[in-house]
Design a protein around this ligand. Structure first.
Ligand SMILES: [Fe+2]
Length: 252
């Protein structure tokens, strides 16, 4: 397997798209930040050299469909970009030719399932291990960029943080039950911040929880949420729940 050769092919592929478009540029940079998070998790979780190589290749390729998706649909929610990524990589063997034959399905399925609500049960142990890591690394970068006023890469900085918003009771209940919120239920900025906070319920590795802690992701999001929420009781419930969840997962 050859990660560097995959990077060269990935760059060639991405150059077919207009990277001056802010959404394409964001996904391009996001890809490499996800690779960096993946490397850190592999080190901390003691992945073997082969597993690490697989994990960073899968991370590099996880959002390959985003460029075609934005260029065609100007949206990130019209199609399933995991499925499209699987298709692009299966049809264009030039990137996957740098992955050992026996591991191709691990990479393909890690791309396909990185964005699904749940990890399917029928995947083999190695695929699950790599897939969980890609899902963590992906979410870590999204958590660290979106709704982070200290991160210039954020796409959510132009939102109106001076207004106050209602939060649906169901969204709070869903949050308490440690479920990732369905994006379609989000109707305003406060709910959107809660939606991103709920990503933490889908984090798999202990070292990923530690990264969330070290990057101060929780406090930064909660500070913003407090500003835009119009119900301090609901805020308190959410704050207590997520702080407790993070703490208990770090201690595990
Ligand atoms: Fe991603």
């Amino acid at each position: 397997m050859d990660f560097e050769a995959c990077v060269v092919e990935f760059e060639k592929y991405v150059k077919k798209f207009d990277l001056t478009i802010i959404e394409n540029k964001y996904k391009y940079e996001h890809t490499f930040r996800v690779v960096d998070f993946a490397k850190i998790i592999c080190e901390n979780e003691n992945f073997s050299t082969e597993e690490k190589e697989l994990a960073i290749i899968a991370s590099l390729l996880h959002d390959i469909a985003r460029f075609e998706e934005w260029t065609k649909y100007h949206s990130w929610s019209k199609i399933d970009h995991g499925d499209l990524g699987y298709e692009i990589l299966s049809n264009n063997n030039y990137i996957l030719k740098y992955v050992d034959e026996k591991y191709k399905n691990v990479v393909l399925n890690s791309v396909k399932y990185h964005n699904k609500i749940e990890i399917p049960d029928n995947l083999d142990k190695l695929t699950k291990k790599i897939l969980k890591l890609v899902r963590d690394a992906d979410k870590l970068d999204i958590l660290n960029t979106q709704y982070n006023p200290y991160n210039e890469k954020s796409l959510t900085l132009h939102y109106d943080f001076d207004s106050k918003y209602d939060i649906d009771k169901e969204i709070v209940n869903n949050f308490i039950s440690e479920k990732m919120l369905p994006f379609k239920e989000v109707t305003n900025i406060a709910e959107d911040i809660i939606y991103y906070l709920s990503y933490i319920y889908d984090i798999n590795y202990r070292s990923s929880f530690k990264i969330i802690y070290n990057l101060n992701i929780l406090d930064i999001k909660l500070e913003l949420l407090k500003k835009v929420i119009n119900d301090s009781e609901k805020y308190k419930i959410i704050e207590l729940k997520i702080k407790d969840y993070l703490e208990s997962n770090i201690k595990l």
